[in-house]
Ligand binder design. Structure first.
Ligand SMILES: [Zn+2]
Length: 250
């Protein structure tokens, strides 16, 4: 009797601890009561309810012949430090060495991650996948490059990236392998650009977006392999353009 009472108390304590942990982790998600339309309420001090949010449906834009080609300086031997499955996406974290330059300011490539399907729409089209390459400047502002992927021929660089998968939710894996991020960029580098936000809480409004107009190609099985490890539909719906302009480079 005594033993079973102790066992019962132990079970109760363990289940309470688990519940507390679950509650702590259930801050935001891509569905239901913690889904995108509720992010502004859940994340009190965030910008999620702001006027300059991302993503957008890129429909109304102007070609701006003054926009220069993107100055992308990606080394062919920068190391992917580790890969994490944070429960929202699969993210590859980089060692320093890759960067882009915008109007004389250096933005270092910190990480890239995936959304399936893509977040920004181009002329109303939602691609099956997007890679977001997140760059950060010394003063904390972001520049994110978005590379759309369509289904087609399989991609060798993707085979390499996916060779480290699967990774269970909440775990990370040290990789320490050289990777040339240039291999995941489209040949034609025409891009849309505008000022917006991070597309996940806290939805911070200090992001300059650069969305390549042309997609790269990956195979259906490459899309499916990543999809199986991420929440279904890990994208945020289009936000209002409000008082902003989208420009297209030549
Ligand atoms: Zn993203």
């Amino acid at each position: 009797m005594k033993h079973s009472l102790i066992l019962l108390i132990t079970i109760l304590i363990i289940s309470c601890v688990q519940k507390t942990d679950l509650h702590k982790d259930a801050h935001w998600s891509y569905e239901g009561e913690t889904g995108p339309v509720h992010w502004g309420e859940i994340e009190k001090n965030s910008d999620c309810g702001g006027l300059f949010q991302s993503p957008l449906n890129i429909v109304n834009y102007k070609v701006d012949s003054l926009l220069t080609p993107l100055k992308i300086t990606y080394s062919d031997s920068t190391h992917i430090h580790d890969i994490i499955n944070n429960g929202h996406t699969i993210q590859y974290n980089f060692d320093s060495g890759d960067y882009i330059t915008i109007e004389g300011v250096t933005y270092e490539l910190k990480q890239f991650h995936f959304h399936e399907p893509a977040e920004h729409l181009i002329d109303g089209i939602r691609y099956p996948m997007v890679i977001h390459l997140v760059h950060k400047s010394e003063n904390g502002t972001y520049a994110v490059l978005a590379v759309m992927a369509k289904e087609g021929k399989s991609s060798k660089p993707f085979d390499f990236l996916e060779s480290f998968l699967p990774i269970p939710v909440g775990e990370n894996r040290i990789v320490d392998s050289a990777f040339d991020m240039n291999l995941n960029l489209p040949d034609n580098r025409a891009y849309f650009t505008y000022s917006g936000s991070l597309t996940t809480p806290p939805c911070t409004e200090n992001v300059q977006w650069f969305i390549f107009k042309n997609p790269i190609t990956v195979s259906l099985s490459q899309v499916e392999k990543l999809k199986a490890l991420m929440p279904l539909n890990n994208y945020r719906d289009e936000q209002s353009l409000n008082d902003r302009e989208i420009k297209l480079s030549k």
